[in-house]
Design a protein around this ligand. Structure first.
Ligand SMILES: Nc1ncnc2c1ncn2[C@@H]1O[C@H](COP(=O)(O)OP(=O)(O)OP(=O)(O)O)[C@@H](O)[C@H]1O
Length: 303
């Protein structure tokens, strides 16, 4: 299925939490919402799953190329909320049976699905323990099972990696990959850049309620790149002061007497700068350092 969000705005009493956001996500795709605390990710997610309504703008759902629907069919989506809400005094299996019942699953189908997911998440032998006895990470895994047990077409996960150790983060990544291969539409919010960079087909970077960049990793890189970090190695010793004074250069760090990291504005890099460097001394090496998503993200939200 496909979800289309058009110019959505959400105001709370004193704050515009979501400010004119548009995005599209389709089946077989993982879309990751990224942004600092308070960027508006959860507010957007809550509107996408129909828990709250936009003040303006539209959210439409398309099932198998049929006409647009403005209501999300509850059987079609699974939602992992930011505030996890399973009953702590009930056993893990009771919690899952309860959720399956809420989702309208027939008893037998629910039983089979619960059994399969518990085995998949290595929790079969914990099934009769009360939730409160489980570690934070295992509780998170049960929450994920509760989100996925009815095989939803649209899966919306608010911070699915929170509380998980690196091994379990990898495990959840594998599960998300399987959902993608099954053709599910997967939308998640996250703070774990390195993980998101590896698996998301589409990134939506938010700050202060607005989208500041979106698209593939390459698209987002291009949209966020405000400055270039260049590496230069001279044949002989050079005074870093001279480099700092070149036009377009905003910072210069000495790595050795001949090697420097130069920061310059995005448009000033390239041939012009190389020429200036060659006027200072013979250049052995001149290359651009690739910034990772985390660096670009920090640069964008702090500027
Ligand atoms: N129910 C609410 N009532 C009033 N203000 C709210 C409500 N929910 C969110 N906000 C405000 O809206 C803004 C966006 O919050 P939101 O929780 O959507 O951000 P977020 O990107 O999910 O943050 P985090 O990464 O911390 O979960 C914040 O300023 C927040 O304080």
């Amino acid at each position: 299925m496909r979800i289309e969000v058009q110019q959505v705005v959400k105001d709370y009493a004193t704050v515009r939490a979501v400010d004119g956001v548009s995005l599209t996500s389709t089946g077989g795709e993982i879309l990751a919402l990224l942004g600092p605390n308070g960027a508006g990710k959860s507010s957007l997610v809550r509107m996408m799953v129909g828990l709250t309504r936009p003040d303006s703008g539209t959210i439409q759902y398309f099932y198998n190329d049929q006409a647009a629907a403005s209501q999300l069919d509850t059987a079609a989506f699974g939602y992992l909320p930011e505030d996890r809400g399973l009953y702590q005094d009930r056993t893990l299996i009771d919690n899952l049976r309860y959720i399956a019942n809420l989702r309208g699953m027939p008893k037998q189908e629910a039983g089979q699905s619960i059994e399969q997911w518990l085995a998949r998440f290595f929790l079969t032998d914990r099934a009769k323990e009360p939730m409160r006895q489980l570690s934070k990470g295992n509780q998170q895994k049960v929450q994920l099972i509760a989100t996925l047990l009815h095989s939803p077409q649209l899966v919306v996960l608010d911070e699915p990696f929170s509380g998980l150790d690196p091994v379990n983060q990898e495990f959840v990544l594998t599960v998300l990959e399987e959902l993608r291969q099954r053709g599910c539409t997967v939308i998640l919010s996250a703070h774990q850049m390195a993980l998101v960079e590896r698996m998301a087909d589409k990134l939506v970077l938010m700050n202060k309620g607005q989208v500041i960049a979106q698209g593939s990793l390459a698209d987002v890189r291009e949209q966020l790149q405000q400055k270039s970090v260049l590496f230069v190695e001279f044949a002989d010793t050079v005074d870093s002061e001279q480099l700092s004074q070149l036009s377009g250069v905003t910072a210069c760090k000495s790595l050795s007497a001949r090697e420097f990291e130069i920061v310059c504005s995005e448009h000033s890099q390239g041939a012009g700068l190389l020429e200036q460097l060659q006027n200072i001394g013979a250049v052995n090496q001149f290359s651009r350092q690739q910034q990772n998503l985390h660096e670009l993200y920090l640069q964008a939200v702090q500027s």
